[in-house]
Design a protein around this ligand. Structure first.
Ligand SMILES: [Zn+2]
Length: 277
């Protein structure tokens, strides 16, 4: 295996490498395939592109390719949003295409130093860019968010954001603020968005969410006190739901919100039927 840096050059590419192509914030797809072989994209590489190491494996290394000219015609391909790919391809799209999209988003936003304004250059040994004048380093940044399902007995609280498709409900969520623990975020966000107090906050699971670069930390929290009063600028409506009459909610296959909901629904149903499977 060739030891390459985080910014491989064209000369370092191997036939065994696999590529995720990005043009204009979209993933280049042929049919429903978004991973390309080198021989398929030589024509695109010869036009000029930026390369980023994604995943290095024993047999195959995945590399993200940022293309500046629309490759659709050249490759007989189409350019698809990451979000649309996610709904079709699930986990793999999130891992590979999501990571490619995040790296490129970071790189594009750090071509210049935020401190002195000079151009940055690719770091030789870590995934970072470095200022050519003041040497400050910039690493890819992730934004941690807490996402929480509030439950009360056998009921769960679901809310509709104004951004959601009609009829669609989900958990509450918010960015973790400077100086906060995720548990403090859960308490604050629930209070701010629906006006109620929670307790017994337990961590369930996490998910990288590349829209554009969030880390979602998923919690379930118990209702403690208060009545639902929604913050109108954030939430259109919020209600307590019985697990047998849920509205449209996110799929557990693609989102931690869906998994939190399913975890609780399964828990309630198992409890009610007395099964332990
Ligand atoms: Zn600088």
């Amino acid at each position: 295996m060739v030891q390459r840096g985080y910014f491989p050059t064209f000369d370092e590419l191997l036939e065994t490498d696999r590529f995720v192509l990005i043009y204009d914030n979209q993933i280049v797809v042929r049919g429903n395939e978004f991973v390309w072989e080198k021989s398929e994209i030589d024509a695109v590489l010869s036009i000029g592109a930026e390369l980023f190491l994604l995943e290095e494996g024993p047999a195959t290394t995945f590399i993200a390719v940022h293309i500046r000219e629309n490759p659709a015609k050249l490759l007989r391909a189409e350019n698809r949003s990451l979000r649309s790919l996610l709904f079709e391809r699930g986990e793999l799209a999130l891992t590979l295409a999501g990571k490619a999209s995040q790296i490129l988003d970071w790189y594009t936003a750090h071509r210049y130093c935020g401190a002195c304004g000079a151009p940055t250059t690719q770091h030789k040994s870590v995934r970072a860019v470095q200022c050519t004048v003041c040497s400050r380093q910039y690493f890819p940044r992730i934004n941690p968010c807490a996402i929480m399902l509030v439950v009360r007995g056998d009921q769960l609280l679901l809310a509709r954001s104004a951004r959601f498709k009609s009829g669609f409900f989900s958990c509450l969520a918010g960015f973790i603020e400077v100086g906060e623990t995720p548990e403090q975020t859960v308490v604050r966000e629930v209070k701010e968005e629906v006006g109620i107090e929670v307790e017994n906050i337990r961590y369930i699971k996490s998910q990288s969410w590349p829209f554009p670069s969030q880390l979602m930390l998923g919690f379930i929290a118990d209702y403690k006190a208060g009545e639902i009063v929604v913050a109108p600028e954030e939430i259109e409506e919020a209600h307590w739901y019985d697990v047998y009459s849920l509205p449209k909610v996110p799929s557990p296959a693609i989102s931690v919100a869906g998994e939190l909901i399913q975890t609780f629904v399964n828990h309630v149903k198992q409890h009610q039927f007395g099964t332990n499977s």
